[in-house]
Design a protein around this ligand. Structure first.
Ligand code: ATP
Ligand code: MG
Ligand code: MG
Ligand code: MG
Length: 481
């Protein structure tokens, strides 16, 4: 089943059940506490907090999401993309658990010729929060899920709040068993790689007070109006319905992946290392294309920095795949493939194609220049190391490469290893830490009308923005490229 058809079925099912179809909001969040939209509920947040009254009782959407917190997982797990789409149904003080659970189960298991996804019941598992007997009863009695395939999970996984006083409540999630070849028996509690999380149902039931950490706060009482917020990963469902092992091989991402393989002359499936790189490239090119289309431009701060970082990682991985050929550029081709693959779902990509190409091509050229200058410094430092009879590339040089030329540490490690050198990573990390601290001090000084902050603030802003994360509280960007 093609991605476009999955979307159509999801929307139709909930529309037939009284939900208003709401188009995806831009990735650039209106919410000032948030860098980029990272969950389907984000555009509805004012309705959940009571700041605004929802113009409908029930809504359904397919929301574009970017999760920077997952960037490092991309290509390594079968299920994390940096850009993905969240299918969701929402109730604003209307139905609660007693309808949300049967809706989800019905749509997942209903035969395909009756408008459902037709997933075999014996491959599905369910989790509920520790004390949510109400949800467990509904799963068993209304949906017919056997008791042995319902597991209980704690606060970390199955309890939701916005990280601040306001609505909170237990969750329930549906998981898919990929089969014995992917890990140990025993349900989602036993193995999260074999049992893939598909759909999160959030039951906004209580009101929470203030608290220091994600899980430490007082529950003040029941909400007068209870809400439902759900999120189903479109790419994860597509992987199942298309019979592929991971989300990078589904119809839209797979096209970009195979084009990257073609361009670099690498066969996908030949080696784990190049497979990871191909998956990273496919993912990052899609994310970059979507970000540029929503108005983000490469820069050294915040959203612009996210975009810059993923474009650089694409270039870097393409070079690893093809062998470092400085004058070869691939991003234009891959952007074109991405626009083509997603253009039916997001027609604005075709309308904005020239601008998208322009932005990405320019950034690729600039990074190539950076790489050239940085490589000259690297070569001098490597020679110095060898002349001194050492095999350890200094942490200070690695830091300078990072600081001045934006070299990610893995790039320096890679290049050093090609020269038979290791890198003094301890010193590198120490210098990075000192710089972060200086940045924090300077930011404070700025707050109190203090001194010159220059480059440090830039780094801090690029690295330290606090994101509101729909289901999982806060995420903070702690890593600089
Ligand atoms: P996981 O535990 O797998 O990281 P999550 O609990 O962080 O997922 P939720 O915040 O509950 O995810 O989001 C709702 C749904 O969105 C998930 O059940 C999943 O299907 C999908 N999803 C979440 N993160 C990603 C991602 N990085 N790439 C693709 N799909 C995702
Ligand atoms: Mg996650
Ligand atoms: Mg999870
Ligand atoms: Mg979840």
């Amino acid at each position: 089943m093609e991605t476009a058809e999955i979307v159509r079925r999801f929307l139709t099912y909930f529309e037939n059940n009284g939900h208003t179809v709401v188009p995806s909001a831009s990735l650039v969040a209106e919410d000032p506490t948030l860098l980029l939209v990272n969950a389907g509920m984000v555009p509805f947040k004012p309705y959940f907090t009571g700041q605004r009254t929802a113009p409908y009782d029930r809504a359904v959407s397919v929301q574009k999401c970017v999760r920077t917190i997952d960037i490092d997982e991309v290509g390594k797990t079968s299920r994390h993309a940096s850009f993905f789409q969240m299918l969701g149904n929402f109730s604003f003080g209307d139905y609660f658990k007693e309808r949300a659970i049967p809706f989800a189960w019905d749509l997942m298991t209903r035969p395909r010729d009756e408008g459902g996804f037709g997933l075999p019941v014996d491959r599905l598992w369910v989790t509920v929060y520790l004390d949510d007997d109400e949800a467990e009863t509904i799963w068993r009695e209304r949906a017919g899920v056997p008791a042995e395939r319902i597991q209980r999970m704690g606060m970390e996984e199955n309890y939701w709040s916005m990280g601040v006083p306001g609505p909170c409540g237990p969750c329930s999630e549906i998981f898919w068993d990929r089969g014995p070849e992917f890990g140990a028996e025993g349900g989602p509690l036993a193995d999260e790689d074999r049992y893939v999380e598909l759909w999160n149902l959030v039951f906004m039931q209580y009101e929470r007070g203030p608290g220091e950490t994600k899980t430490d706060y007082e529950i003040l009482g029941e909400l007068p109006k209870k809400n439902i917020d759900t999120g189903l990963g479109l790419e994860r469902l597509a992987a199942i319905l298309q019979g592929v092992d991971n989300i990078y091989e589904t119809d839209t991402l797979g096209r970009v992946l195979h084009r990257a393989a073609e361009l670099t002359g690498i066969r996908y499936g030949d080696a784990e290392r190049s497979d990871v790189s191909l998956r990273v490239v496919a993912d990052h090119m899609r994310t970059a294309t979507m970000l540029v289309s929503d108005g983000v431009r490469p820069g050294n701060e915040k959203r612009g920095y996210v975009l810059r970082r993923i474009l650089r990682r694409s270039v870097r991985n393409l070079r690893l795949l093809a062998g470092a050929t400085e004058d070869q550029t691939y991003l234009h081709e891959l952007t074109a493939t991405t626009i083509d693959a997603l253009g039916d779902i997001y027609p604005e990509l075709r309308d904005n194609a020239d601008e998208i190409h322009n932005v990405i091509d320019t950034e690729e050229k600039n990074f190539a220049e950076t790489l050239r200058s940085g490589t000259a410094l690297f070569t001098r430092a490597a020679e110095k190391t060898k002349t001194a009879g050492s095999t350890v590339f200094s942490g200070a040089d690695a830091f300078q490469l990072h600081d001045t030329f934006g070299f990610p540490i893995d790039l320096t490690l890679e290049m050093a290893s090609e020269e038979g050198l290791s890198v003094d990573e301890g010193t590198f990390q120490e210098l990075m830490r000192e710089q972060r601290e200086a940045a924090k001090r300077d930011a404070k000084a700025k707050k109190f009308g203090g001194a010159d902050i220059g480059v440090y603030t830039r780094l801090l802003e690029g690295a330290g923005a606090t994101d509101f994360l729909g289901y999982t509280d806060h995420e903070s960007e702690s890593r600089v490229l």
